[in-house]
Design a protein around this ligand. Structure first.
Ligand code: FNR
Length: 182
């Protein structure tokens, strides 16, 4: 059977290195995993006043996450934490109480940065947030320091990181297959 993986990129930058990483990682997935990239940069800033009638962009986003068998978050680190655009999307998905789209959702975390600790601290914050929201966060860690050879000219993960990221994704696919509704 096929499974749906939503890949959430925590950057709204056109040339985002995290978007590039996410697209290269998607190529490592088996053929039964269908991928989508939910858009988050058109969501309004979270405001309880909008809960009466949620904007269409918000409903589109939450429907897409609800339908996904798993969510892979590929995000940069902003000031040692989450980019606002990603936190905003997570907040929309968490409300209203009782329709939190993150609950029991398999989630895996990764991200890249030119910095030496390669997004380790944003992933720590995310692990805490997603845990509080009830997601099943894949154990282990995948911090990726960005350098030009990370992704080759064909858009594939370069040899230095390929086996590592393949192993991480394989474990996530196993988790998704275990937890997806039959
Ligand atoms: C950064 N950057 C950054 N990098 C890092 O490793 N740790 C950090 O805390 C921060 N903080 C930070 C704050 C803000 C506001 C910006 C704009 C940038 C640098 C960041 O890793 C770099 O801009 C990457 O290119 C971001 O990834 P995308 O947007 O290219 O995917």
């Amino acid at each position: 059977r096929t499974y749906h993986l939503a890949i959430l990129v925590g950057s709204n930058r056109r040339e985002s290195i995290n978007r590039q990483l996410s697209e290269a990682m998607a190529r490592l997935l088996p053929a039964n995993i269908k991928v989508s990239y939910p858009q988050i940069d058109d969501l309004p800033l979270y405001n309880l006043d909008l809960e009466g009638e949620r904007p269409a962009s918000v409903n589109r986003f939450t429907d897409e996450i609800r339908a996904a068998d798993g969510v892979l978050i590929v995000t940069p680190e902003h000031n040692r934490s989450l980019p606002a655009v990603l936190k905003n999307a997570i907040d929309w998905g968490s409300k209203p109480m009782g329709s939190n789209v993150w609950f029991d959702k398999p989630v895996a975390l990764t991200g890249t940065s030119p910095g030496a600790i390669g997004t380790a601290l944003v992933q720590q914050h995310l692990r805490q947030i997603m845990g509080i929201l009830g997601s099943v966060v894949l154990g282990g860690e995948a911090y990726v320091q960005f350098h030009p050879e990370l992704i080759d000219a064909n858009g594939d993960i370069g040899p230095q990181s390929r086996d590592f990221l393949q192993g991480y994704l394989n474990r996530f696919v196993t988790l998704i297959e275990k937890l997806a509704p039959q």
